[in-house]
Design a protein. Structure first.
Length: 374
């Protein structure tokens, strides 16, 4: 439902910036809710929060059936759905990461993330087929069934044992004492990553339609296949060679791929762009999220994951209306050029200014045992 929802809104003939706002509000509400639960995840685990988030998403579903315009109901329904999404996804990630071996954190997060990417291939392809045979109501029916299935799966899982209590430290302790400019640069990376991913995923169906490419499902299949292959086969690469050595070339690859999308005219080249975008996503998520965990401290892992995902959603939330406005003014192709320039410029700054070993900046770095491989 998520990736094809712009096509549902398109029947009401809204501006592209309005579509961007409605798509982006999902991320903005997730941003608002996630930091509230990061510390709770460190102390209590994520099972109850995951169930609560899924219930909230289920409660939001009836609103989609009632939408008759790209107006306030569409905005509010997406906002409520985003709140549930923010809680559920952060909690599920925390449940899984609690079982991750510390020396293979990036590889473990990559494997966990692969499970979240599989629907990126199946979902749009299934929704597209359902939509061709039936209506958007049938897409909403299918989405509700999937949410109910997710709830049953989480309910069937026993709570992860808390082997030891989380350190009783103030919520801001993981960020205290860091240079402001370094904080700003590191925080900007997931924000821009989210904004760039939003341009690819929130607008790609409309871009494909405007370019006469027909089905957009193969793009998402290629995107998801590449991300899964990367995470399962090479997810440990930043554990072995360092976070920055993976983040920097991957971010440059994402920027160059956006330039390729901006100039693509062949359908199969368009599908290949999806594959390259998936490679970028598959490499950058485990490396960058673990970089943030290293920077804030492993004892603040729940806080770090919540912060990373919130920053990512800031990019998705603010980037969607911003790039929607750019596409209104200049078209989709120039929108992708602007997105490419943004991530390339920030990556250059990150390369120059960000520390190669973020854990070395921890106030208690001398007392925290972290393997050299990390």
């Amino acid at each position: 439902m998520f990736y094809l929802f712009p096509l549902f809104l398109d029947r009401f003939h809204p501006s592209k910036s309005r579509v961007g706002l409605i798509m982006g509000i999902h991320s903005l509400t997730a941003i608002a809710i996630r930091p509230l639960f990061g510390r709770a995840l460190d102390r209590q685990g994520g099972r109850k929060l995951a169930l609560a988030g899924l219930l909230l998403m289920i409660a939001a579903m009836p609103g989609f059936y009632l939408i008759q315009s790209a107006g306030i109901l569409a905005l509010l329904t997406r906002a409520l759905n985003g709140m549930g999404w923010g809680v559920a996804t952060t909690a599920m990630l925390a449940i899984c990461s609690d079982l991750a071996p510390p020396e293979r954190m990036a590889q473990s997060l990559g494997i966990i993330g692969a499970a979240g990417i599989v629907p990126g291939a199946i979902g749009p392809a299934l929704a597209e087929e359902v939509l061709r045979r039936y209506t958007f109501d049938a897409v909403f029916h299918t989405s509700l069934i999937m949410l109910a299935a997710a709830f049953v799966c989480i309910a069937a899982v026993k709570a992860v044992p808390r082997l030891e209590a989380a350190p009783k430290v103030p919520p801001a302790s993981g960020l205290a004492g860091r240079p402001f400019m370094i904080l700003l640069i590191i925080a900007s990376m997931p924000i821009v990553h989210g904004a760039v991913r939003g341009t690819v995923l929130n607008f790609i169906a409309l871009f494909a339609a405007s370019a006469g490419f027909g089905r957009v499902g193969p793009f998402f299949v290629a995107f998801s296949a590449a991300a899964i292959i990367t995470r399962l086969g090479l997810g440990s690469i930043s554990d072995q060679y360092g976070r920055k050595r993976v983040i920097i070339p991957t971010a440059f690859l994402m920027g160059l791929n956006l330039l390729w999308i901006a100039g693509v005219h062949s359908y199969w080249a368009f599908v290949m762009c999806g594959f390259v975008a998936g490679l970028g996503q598959g490499f950058i998520f485990p490396a960058l999220s673990t970089y943030v965990i290293d920077f804030i401290g492993r004892e603040n892992k729940g806080l770090a994951l919540g912060l990373y995902l919130s920053l990512f959603d800031v990019g998705m939330g603010l980037g969607s209306p911003l790039f929607g406005w750019i596409s209104d003014v200049a078209g989709y192709r120039k929108m992708y050029v602007v997105a490419a320039c943004l991530i390339i410029v920030l990556t250059v700054v990150f390369k120059i200014k960000a520390p190669a070993n973020p854990e070395s900046m921890l106030p208690s770095a001398g007392t925290i045992k972290i393997s050299a491989a990390q």
